[in-house]
Design a protein around this ligand. Sequence first.
Ligand code: T5A
Ligand code: NA
Length: 211
Amino acid sequence: TEQNDQEERGALIVFEGLDRSGKSTQAKRLVEKIINSGRMAVLQAFPDRQSPVGEMIDRYLRGEIDMDEHALHLLFSADRFLKKKMIKQHIAQGVDVVCDRYCYSGVSYSLAKGLPEDWVRVTDQGLPKPDIVLFFQVSPEVAASRGGFGNERLETAQLQAEVAKVMPTLRDDAFWKSVNADAALAAVEKEVFQLYTELDRSKPLDVLEKI
Ligand code: T5A
Ligand code: NA
């Protein structure tokens, strides 16, 4: 019933995958589709380039400033923790929170750069745990053919290849779902919305352990 729909909690939905796999495009489309279907939803990109912390990250990514890699890793995590309260509040109020990247990008890119594994894996501990990770799987050839590739400092073929090896190792079948991101926009959109409709909101939002 409508009454029950309103009492249901929001869901935490995370898009992860390599650069140019289509995450931002589809995260935006999902939010629009959720709202059109009568629920409430918000979009949160990580890094949040609009925030003070995200602005520092943005300047690093665009090559304007240099930064120690440990400091950069912590800024990415801090950026997420600064949104923790907002995420929890929205979810308690029945609003779905759609994240364009999350801690799995943080861990993957830092491991790919060779930062210490035990350290990298704990800095996001305590964040809200996603209900679902939509893992966008794109082939390197397709990703390279898409607009804008290679404009930012982490978009080198070598680092992308390393991230492509690391990210799948973080996969947890309990809540990760693969999406064929090589497909056409409409097909990806359909696959994402199907997975969205299968979400289970019966248990409370969980807390992230060590990744
Ligand atoms: N990072 C991030 C870390 O190192 N640690 C962290 O903790 C976090 C959170 C910036 C960088 O930061 C790193 C990872 C990144 O290197 P970002 O801001 O998400 O992260 O990066 P962006 O450059 O904004 O986005 P991406 O490169 O990840 O691209 P998307 O979002 O996957 O792809 P999207 O949607 O922008 O699409 C790319 C192009 O392809 C087209 C789109 O129109 C667009 O032109 N496209 C398609 N074309 C055909 N068919 C499809 N199905 C298509 N889908 C998209
Ligand atoms: Na993006």
